[in-house]
Ligand binder design. Structure first.
Ligand code: G4P
Length: 287
């Protein structure tokens, strides 16, 4: 599943960031803790060079805590990089971001020399929510859509830190097709952009491997079928998504699985692990 974002807008975002790069002490990249690899923006790695970077694993309330720990360790192995797991549901967890900014830019953080942090994130990772909590007020969104003209803005969040907010920082296409699926499953990509049954089949396949017990319990399944599509059919049958003649309405079953997965009714779930993503990235690089 190849996903194309708005290419023209992406170049504009890139130009804007390059313009202010000299003023910025560090990068903050907001990620979705359920898909830390797939919600990363490869453009950040290209632009940031050696500047310090804080990876914020937001929405950690929805993610599997054990896998979040693996991701934090993984990111911390990169040069000049630290990582922190937060949730907008517990705003106090976000205060640690400010301290981390100061630690990572020790030559700033003096009177008249605030830390200047560029904050970026693909749409829907919770960047605006994060900024609003840190600033303790509602800040207008920068434009994620081509039609929205508002671009970069500076936000003084007090405590000696200024955030440079950027538009959604979209990337041209998701080269790893698995990432496309996971972005769709978590809701980062609108449902109109993909085939619901296909996405739910992918989700069912992953869940039978990674969270078999939680899936069985949620849908009262004794066993799984031997592929994701048929397991989705079993789920539909259990939930009464039946047409005349007893055939399962797959679209309805898909909606149920995806909605309950996103609403954390199955379990706190992370859709990818570092080991999985390292292997997938190797395949993408070898193409
Ligand atoms: P963005 O700027 O990166 O595009 O994302 P935004 O802050 O608008 O957040 C996208 C959605 O994610 C919002 O839900 C927001 O409430 C939710 N969200 C943000 N942070 C967290 C978090 O840590 N945990 C959970 N569970 N949800 C989070 P929405 O349904 O689109 O909007 P709304 O119903 O909150 O208005």
């Amino acid at each position: 599943m190849a996903i194309n974002w708005y290419p023209g807008h992406m170049h504009k975002a890139q130009r804007e960031i390059r313009k202010i790069l000299g003023e910025v002490d560090l990068f903050i990249e907001v990620l979705d803790a359920r898909i830390p690899y797939s919600s990363e923006n490869p453009m950040i790695a290209q632009i940031r060079g050696d500047k310090p970077c804080i990876k914020i694993l937001n929405k950690c309330d929805l993610a599997d805590p054990a896998t979040t720990e693996l991701w934090l360790d993984y990111f911390r192995q990169s040069k000049n990089t630290d990582a922190i797991a937060v949730s907008a549901k517990t705003p106090a967890s976000l205060r640690n971001i400010i301290e981390l900014c100061k630690t990572m830019a020790p030559n700033r953080n003096q009177p008249g020399k605030p830390v200047r942090a560029l904050i970026a994130g693909i749409p829907n990772v919770g960047k605006s929510t994060t900024i609003n909590i840190l600033a303790n007020r509602i800040i207008a969104k920068t434009g994620n859509e081509p039609a929205v003209t508002k671009s970069q803005q500076r936000i003084n969040i007090g405590d000696g830190v200024i955030l440079y907010d950027t538009p959604g920082m979209l990337w041209p296409k998701v080269e790893n097709e698995n990432s496309g699926y996971r972005l769709a499953i978590t809701g980062a990509i609108k449902e109109t952009a993909f085939d619901l049954d296909d996405i739910a089949t992918y989700a069912a396949e992953y869940l039978t491997e990674a969270y078999p017990q939680a899936l069985k319990e949620r849908y009262k399944l004794d066993e799984f079928a031997d592929n994701g599509y048929d397991t989705l059919e079993l789920i539909g049958r259990k939930r009464g998504c039946l047409r005349a003649g007893g055939r399962v309405e797959m679209n309805k079953a898909a909606k149920i699985l995806l909605t309950e997965l996103r609403d954390m009714q199955i379990a706190p779930i992370t859709m990818e692990t570092p080991t999985m993503c390292i292997a997938e990235q190797k395949e993408v690089d070898a193409r």
